[in-house]
Design a protein around this ligand. Structure first.
Ligand code: SAH
Length: 354
């Protein structure tokens, strides 16, 4: 037992110093809880070295829950007839930004299902309206898979960041989580197109999704090393009863925290959110995420009356409070965890050349 623990500690130390590990030892770290305390301490030390105690805010505007896709895990999938669908008007979106700006947000994240109503020209006009009113803000889009020319058009209109989780980097696992008409190849194509265009790109995956193995998680880490994204978003998979995966258990807090810490050591310069899903599986999930190496929180700026409808998974937190209440609540939580929220656009720090 002691020698196994030693092996774990030595591996964490190497990961900390070298920023990488061989497959076998990385897999061992994913597999074992024995080193968690040491791992979280190392990850927190690493984030403080690069980012101090700063936490960046992203104001999330969930502007449509219509979706043409049918991902088996997702509560807003096309075939969920029980979902109450909504779209925000341009005015409502601009109101969210105005409200958010006054509360100190300098990044707006427009996220939605893949909703054909929002044609490229509609997206571009929303993006350019936000860009001209808030030249000092980052505009992040999270609209799913599009053609390269669409991504280029949004970028030219003023968007500068894009979040698109790869979900799983293993092609067979991807096949199990998604219907035939979706492919990992296209998802990856999107991510590399976005990078080439000049977006700051966020990728990521769910932890504990149905049929996921630890070997799949290792592939996720290796894929991220290949992509080198600016942002990495992970959160536990959470079951939704109106999906084909209704019978599966949700992912665990513990494994998600362990992966957050491993990510921080693999990617010291990345922006890593303590996600809403993490806060939804444990009352202190987001605070624990920050202590394990995360440095971003993404509170909701959507109007309260639609919050409940952006129902990706069950028991999603923060569906009852307005934006000001969410902001105040997070301020308290972040401070209690030992960090502080800054009013800043919060770009990823640049890796020094060596
Ligand atoms: N249409 C956009 C946004 C999807 S929703 C896109 O394709 O990127 C944002 C993220 O929520 C997804 O990328 C997925 O990782 C996560 N998500 C969806 N269903 C979930 C569930 N049941 N549990 C946890 N996370 C989920």
């Amino acid at each position: 037992m002691i020698s196994e623990n030693n092996e774990v500690c030595l591996s964490i130390r190497e990961l900390d110093e070298r920023g990488d590990l061989d497959d076998q030892r990385l897999l061992m770290l994913i597999d074992t809880a024995a080193g968690d305390g040491y791992l979280f301490t190392a990850a927190d030390r690493k984030r403080r070295l690069v980012y101090g105690d700063e936490i960046y805010l992203r104001g999330l505007i969930e502007f449509t829950n219509y979706c043409r896709n049918n991902c088996y895990y997702c509560g807003i999938r096309r075939d969920n007839k029980a979902a109450e669908r909504y779209r925000l008007s341009d005015e409502q979106i601009m109101d969210c930004c105005r409200n958010g700006y006054a509360l100190g947000y300098r990044t707006f994240v427009l996220q939605g299902g893949e909703d054909p109503y929002y044609t490229d020209s509609r997206i571009c006009s929303i993006v350019s309206a936000i860009r001209s009113l808030y030249p000092d803000c980052a505009i992040t889009l999270s609209l799913g898979e599009k053609a390269r020319r669409s991504y280029q058009a949004y970028f030219d209109a003023g968007a500068n960041r894009y979040l698109l989780r790869h979900e799983t980097a293993d092609p067979e696992h991807y096949r199990i989580l998604h219907p035939e008409d979706m492919s990992l190849t296209n998802r990856k194509r999107c991510l590399f197109d976005l990078k080439e265009i000049g977006y700051q790109v966020g990728a990521g995956f769910m932890v504990g999704s149905p049929y996921q193995t630890h070997a799949h998680l290792l592939s996720d880490l290796r894929f991220l090393q290949d992509l080198r994204p600016d942002m990495i978003g992970i959160g536990p998979y959470i079951t939704h009863k109106e999906t084909p995966f209704a019978g599966f258990a949700s992912g665990s807090l513990e494994l998600t925290l362990r992966l957050l810490a491993i990510l921080r050591l693999l990617f010291p310069y990345a922006l890593i959110p303590a996600t809403t899903a993490l806060g939804s599986v444990h009352p202190q999930g987001r605070e624990l995420g920050l202590k394990a190496g995360a440095n971003v929180v993404m509170p909701n700026l959507s109007p309260v009356k639609v919050r409940r409808k952006y129902d990706l998974y069950e028991n999603k937190i923060c569906t009852g409070e307005d934006a000001a209440q969410c902001r105040a609540c997070l301020e308290r939580r972040v401070a209690a965890a030992g960090y502080h929220i800054v009013t800043a656009v919060g770009n990823a720090r640049k890796e020094p050349f060596c």
